[in-house]
Design a protein around this ligand. Structure first.
Ligand code: F6R
Length: 240
């Protein structure tokens, strides 16, 4: 595992974009994308580099997760968020941006279909990840099996409180999600975790230096052969 500590969130974005650009230039064609605040600086940097010539025309992108039950086209659905923050601003084919269908009549079937799709393509080359304050990756909340696959999960109150900033009120934050499982995420060739801010420091330290345990789902990264972690100084402050 390679851990890079840089000064601030913009530095995290530049360093993570370096990793992704290098992967793209060496043939990465299946890119795993996260949503939420953590990757925003990375996406802003990728958009800037796209304007200078970095192309995503040959790339398929795969989302980590999606809320269940938001109306189609809801601005906070992750399908919409990724368009707004990244894919509408680069030359990726919109038909090649994939994610679980949170509007499906049967979310369990939608989860199984997404897992099948990921299996059929052989997993992604590089998976970008953020980390929740409770140590989740994707929406694999504490207690998630390290062997889990894409499925429907119930969000913890902590995660719903953390994400309430994107919604009008806590009551509007969905309770259920479809998320890639920890084993699904681990099937990526390369995992790239980004974190910024002091509020992530405890989760980062538990994930990288604590025991490998379902109580801290991100600790599964310790089992993967190719992991890059990019942190700002605040997020790294509890590392020994
Ligand atoms: C989002 C995702 C989540 C977030 C995590 C951190 O697709 O999979 O694991 O990365 O909840 O969220 P932010 O980045 O908003 O602090």
């Amino acid at each position: 595992m390679e851990i890079a500590v840089v000064a601030d969130e913009q530095g995290v974005g530049r360093s993570a974009a370096d990793v992704l650009e290098e992967a793209l230039r060496h043939g990465c064609r299946r890119l795993g994308l996260a949503t939420g605040s953590s990757p925003l600086a990375t996406y802003a940097e990728l958009v800037r580099r796209h304007r200078e010539g970095l192309s995503f025309a040959e790339v398929d992108a795969y989302l980590l997760d999606e809320y269940v039950g938001l109306a189609p086209g809801h601005p906070e659905s992750y399908a919409r968020v990724i368009r707004r923050e990244l894919t509408d601003a680069i030359d990726i084919d919109p038909a090649r941006v994939h994610g679980p269908d949170g509007t499906a009549r049967d979310p369990r079937e939608a989860a199984a279909a997404y897992e099948s799709l990921l299996g059929a393509v052989g997993g992604v080359d590089v998976q970008l990840l953020g980390i929740g304050t409770n140590g989740h990756i994707g929406f694999n909340e504490p207690g998630s099996s390290l062997g889990s696959r894409t499925r429907v999960k119930t969000l913890t109150l902590q995660t719903r409180l953390d994400n309430a900033r994107f919604f009008a009120s806590l009551g509007k934050v969905p309770v259920h999600v479809i998320t890639q499982g920890l084993a699904t995420i681990s099937s990526a060739g390369h995992l790239l975790l980004v974190a910024s801010g002091a509020h992530k420091a405890a989760a980062v330290a538990a994930a990288l230096e604590g025991p490998v345990t379902a109580s801290c789902p991100a600790s599964v990264l310790q089992l993967h052969p190719h992991v890059t972690v990019v942190l700002d100084e605040a997020a790294a402050r509890l590392l020994t």
